[in-house]
Design a protein around this ligand. Structure first.
Ligand code: IMP
Ligand code: MG
Length: 197
């Protein structure tokens, strides 16, 4: 066992430097965990007994934490096919045309496919991913999102499994980022106004 002591006069490190940037927690990790269990049960009920294979398509990078927690509650055999889309390059928070960074990998043809994303905002990202998957002729195509901003969600981008509806706020944590930071903050949260670009 090793012991680490602060040298005299060393600055005291804040216990959680990210927490200083957070104005308020919108959805606590315990609420997310409970909702993930219910969502996994909803998804399992749809595909239970279906002999076509199931493939989940997480949209990187925002969905990774949600995906990891969700699939550990899913009592189904499944495969993963990855796709990476960049929506907010750099510090921008106003959406531009999504860019495909990593084209769809993995098996989706003739399989039941569930796209997994962190948030449905304008729907541009999901519209692009849905089109990419449809070209490969899946047996079925459904979508799960942790968060939805219903005031903005367009009617032509259907989502089948929704964790939480939220107001039109910019949120970080639990996979969601600003300039690639805060993905590891365990709760869904709102930043202090001065940190917003
Ligand atoms: P959409 O294409 O406008 O629906 O936006 C979806 C993508 O933009 C998501 O996959 C997120 O990566 C990102 N995004 C949208 N709203 C937020 C937010 O409030 N915080 C962080 N990222 C967001
Ligand atoms: Mg994203």
């Amino acid at each position: 066992m090793s012991s680490i002591t602060q040298p005299p006069g060393a600055p005291v490190q804040p216990r959680d430097p990210m927490a200083a940037d957070i104005a308020r927690i919108l959805i606590h990790r315990d609420q997310i965990e409970a909702r993930n269990q219910a969502l996994a049960a909803e998804i399992a009920a749809v595909y239970n007994g279906d002999s076509a294979g199931l493939t989940l398509v997480p949209i990187l990078s925002g969905s990774i934490i949600f995906l990891a927690d969700l699939i550990r509650h899913l009592p189904l055999k499944m495969k993963l096919a990855l796709v990476q889309i960049s929506t907010y390059p750099g510090k921008a928070t106003s959406p531009r045309k999504p860019r495909t960074v990593l084209a769809l990998s993995g098996e989706v043809t003739d399989r039941n496919v569930v796209v997994v994303d962190d948030i449905l905002d304008s729907g541009r990202t999901l519209r692009q991913v849905h089109a990419m998957i449809r070209q490969r002729r899946p047996k079925s195509l459904r979508t799960a999102v942790l968060l939805r901003k219903p005031s903005k969600a367009p009617p032509d981008v259907p989502v089948d499994f929704v964790g939480f509806d939220i107001d039109d706020l910019f949120v970080v944590g639990y996979g969601l980022d600003l300039n690639d930071h805060y993905r590891n903050y365990p709760h869904v949260a709102v930043l202090h106004r001065e940190l917003m670009p």
